[in-house]
Design a protein around this ligand. Structure first.
Ligand code: SAM
Length: 328
């Protein structure tokens, strides 16, 4: 088992398979997009397989595929099947925007994906178009229906944005009445490729909860899983449930069990750090895994205590890169 310098178990890797995306969500990317990486800078499937095999031998048992939009990367499903065969990988999950996902739902099942996080910030077609700057709502909802038909565990990620989708909070809660999904409302972070949208975040997890309580006073707290990033609640008579994620307030760092690998193979031991190890270069310059194993262990031993401490390592540079580059 792997532990960091604060005694936290590390058993979960979030792997960005690309930095490219087919949406331009207001909270994630500027309208004109970001400078995408040239292909040679991305980890190849062979490199990813080698890396995950190493991480699994060290104690990482859970893998989440994310990006960018995973399905924008050519032959993405081949990678999922390959990772699913690695000894020690016991859980695989996916975060997707659902635009290109529907035709692959059966394959995702066959490959062993256990749950899917689908990004849906609104159930209103027009506002979806405004937030994502693309007219893809119907494709996303088709994916949602197909995932539920195939009995996938589905979590909806909804980023809460002042002046953009506040009116969508309650309809999304209501959606859980007739759909067995978990809707998670996420505090907006400044990871949008252009810097903070507000002088101060207004829609904190507390405010989101208070807002939901006005319409659903019978909200009941659920027992959260040990490394959960969300505070979860149930509503009587609803098939699904809801959660709030204090992504900006960072209340969950004390139990953080995750690391991130960006599309270009940079290790992040905290979402808010600047990237702490160039894994790609170590993979490319060493036929043996030993130097990489030592470098990874070193990085895990120097993990910041929380996202605030990690942010300080940016030396005042602030948080502004896109989540698409980081791997959401
Ligand atoms: N393309 C996939 C998708 O849309 O789900 C995966 C990548 S996306 C970057 C993953 C998640 O990051 C999204 O569900 C969104 O909730 C979250 N995200 C992106 N930018 C964010 C921001 N600035 N603040 C909070 N969450 C953000």
């Amino acid at each position: 088992m792997l532990f960091d310098n604060h005694g936290r178990k590390i058993d979960y890797v979030r792997l960005a398979v690309t930095d490219r995306c087919n949406l331009r969500c207001f909270y994630c990317m500027p309208e004109q997009g970001i400078n995408y990486l040239p292909k040679k800078d991305l980890l190849t499937f062979e490199e990813i397989e080698r890396l995950i095999t190493l991480l699994a031998s060290m104690g990482i048992s859970k893998v989440r595929f994310t990006g960018g939009e995973p399905f924008v990367r050519k032959d993405f499903m081949d990678l999922v099947f390959r990772i699913g065969k690695i000894e020690g990988v016991r859980e695989m999950h996916l975060t997707t925007n659902g635009v290109l996902t529907a035709p692959y739902v059966q394959d995702l099942k066959a490959a062993g994906i256990q749950s899917i996080n689908l990004s849906v910030d609104t159930l209103d077609r027009e506002r979806f178009k405004m937030i994502t700057r693309r007219d893809e709502f119907d494709h996303v909802m088709k994916t949602m229906d197909s995932l539920l038909e195939h009995d996938f565990k589905v979590k909806i990620n909804a980023v809460v944005m002042e002046d953009k989708n506040i009116e969508d909070i309650l309809p999304l809660v209501e959606y859980t009445k007739s759909h067995p999904v978990s809707v998670r409302f996420i505090e907006e972070m400044p990871f949008n490729g252009e810097g903070s949208h507000y002088p101060k975040l207004t829609w904190t997890y507390k405010k989101i909860l208070e807002h939901i309580l006005t319409a659903y006073p019978n909200l009941r707290k659920l027992q959260d899983e040990p490394s959960s990033t969300s505070y979860n609640y149930t509503i009587e008579g609803h098939q699904g449930n809801i959660g709030v994620i204090a992504a900006f307030s960072r209340t969950f760092c004390g139990t953080c069990n995750r690391i991130r690998i960006t599309a270009q193979g940079t290790l992040k031991t905290c979402l808010y750090d600047r990237g702490v190890l160039n894994i790609r270069d170590l993979l490319r310059s060493n036929p043996s895994d030993l130097p990489l194993r030592h470098a990874l262990l070193d990085a895990f031993r120097q993990r910041p205590k929380n996202g605030f401490e990690a942010e300080l390592t940016r030396a005042g540079a602030g948080v502004s890169e896109s989540m698409s580059t980081i791997g959401g």
